[in-house]
Design a protein around this ligand. Structure first.
Ligand SMILES: *Cc1c(COP(=O)(O)O)cnc(C)c1O
Length: 398
């Protein structure tokens, strides 16, 4: 690699170039059989992905947002229920809450994990909610039932699930995981004394196979994983207009199926996912090593209880001005960067009706305004990483 060759933020092209013959065979087969919806490719992928996530069931759907929405509906979230989640996530997590008619409540993230802070969840449940003596569910002071909590396994790292699951049990809440960025991430459960895979810890979990995700389709796709047979069956109905049998509708649903061609692509790419995740992990370790002497750069803390799959590799800078200037400097030097995500949800115009202000969720605000995502994809080379870090060092005049 030449000294000042650009480093892309993401390389979606290379894996498809490598797998092209195999992927084209899926297209050929679909064109000659005319099987574009359902069929063996879908079933094959669903059972392989369930196995990968160590769950009993996987139901393919049209995208990650549908996966969230269908999981919420199938889990029994009703209009006016409250669903608790974080403000430091992609808006799909909360869009789907509103789309089922429920209300969003934000809880702040933890500074070391960038995910839902169990202590702040407990604080909300203890101080803002009451349990009527004759009921098992809790309500907010406004009288709304608190039904579910949605931890988001952001950046390819799991939330701290043991205390979240304990609180959920204590307060009778459902846990639905947003695992859209965490295909294959692992969490060590002290309670169960074993490693658990993202997507296997709640009542259901949503995955996205948007092209840039660790497992990406060549278009839109998603899935719900669950160990609950009734939820899996319900999602199979919801994705297909509420029908179990053709034209027999037990309920209204959606058109939210996963295309047969995409399922065929995903089944091929899934065989490489563990290897790709290992490569991402190695890159993260190498970045950490290269960056450790730059005191202005904070890397994601290593925590014994989780193994990340680094959907994104983020660093945190001292303030927004430094972050923005460093991003500009990297971009000027041909290095791709991203911001995930620059404005926390509670400060978005879409949620201005909630009345939150700057200061409502300080950790979410801090990470949003100081984080910077560096190039991260399996094919990234050590030379490319060295170049990224050399440009960062140059910025800080090291
Ligand atoms: C990508 C993503 C989604 C939505 O997935 P789509 O397939 O784009 O609908 C939801 N939540 C998170 C955290 C995501 O990163």
């Amino acid at each position: 690699m030449k000294k000042d060759e650009p480093v892309p933020f993401l390389d979606v092209a290379t894996p498809h170039r490598v797998l092209k013959a195999e992927l084209m065979a899926v297209v050929d087969e679909a064109l000659s059989t005319g099987r574009f919806v359902g069929g063996p490719n879908l079933e094959k992928f669903e059972s392989a992905f369930a196995q990968f996530c160590t769950t009993k069931h996987c139901v393919g759907v049209a995208n990650g947002t549908d996966a969230l929405r269908f999981a919420y509906i199938a889990a029994g979230i009703q209009p006016k229920d409250i669903v608790i989640t974080v403000a430091h996530t992609f808006i799909a997590t909360t869009e789907a809450i509103s789309q089922v008619g429920a209300s969003i409540v934000f809880v702040d993230i933890n500074e070391a994990t960038y995910t839902l802070d169990p202590q702040k969840l407990e604080q909300f449940l203890k101080t803002e909610c009451t349990k009527k003596s004759d009921e098992t569910t809790i309500h907010t002071k406004s009288g709304q039932r608190v039904k579910a909590v949605v931890p988001v396994h952001l950046y390819g790292q799991t939330a701290d699930m043991d205390p979240i699951l304990e609180l959920a049990q204590q307060y009778n809440l459902l846990v639905i995981e947003d695992a859209c960025q965490s295909h294959g991430a692992a969490y060590y459960s002290k309670n169960q004394k074993c490693w658990k895979t993202a997507g296997s810890m709640g009542i259901a979990a949503a995955f996205s196979f948007y092209p840039g995700k660790n497992l990406g389709a060549c278009g839109e796709a998603g899935a719900v994983t669950t160990n609950d047979a009734a939820i899996a069956e319900k999602i199979r109905m919801i994705r297909e207009h509420g029908q179990k049998k053709k034209y027999i509708h037990d309920m209204e649903g959606y058109n939210g199926r996963l295309d047969a061609i995409q399922a065929g692509f995903l089944a091929i790419k899934l065989k490489h996912l563990a290897q790709w995740n290992t490569q991402r992990h190695e890159h993260a370790v190498y970045y950490n090593q290269l960056l450790k002497d730059i005191k202005e750069v904070v890397t994601t803390p290593h925590l014994e209880w989780r193994k990340g799959v680094y959907h994104l590799y983020i660093i945190v800078l001292s303030d927004t001005k430094t972050r923005d200037a460093l991003q500009q400097h990297l971009n000027n030097n041909g290095i791709g960067t991203g911001l995930h995500y620059p404005i926390p949800l509670h400060l978005q115009t879409a949620y201005s009706y909630m009345g939150h202000t700057a200061g409502s969720f300080p950790v979410s605000e801090k990470i949003a305004s100081q984080c910077l995502s560096l190039p991260m994809f399996p094919e990234l080379t050590q030379e490319q990483q060295q170049r990224v870090v050399a440009v960062i060092k140059d910025f800080f005049k090291r």
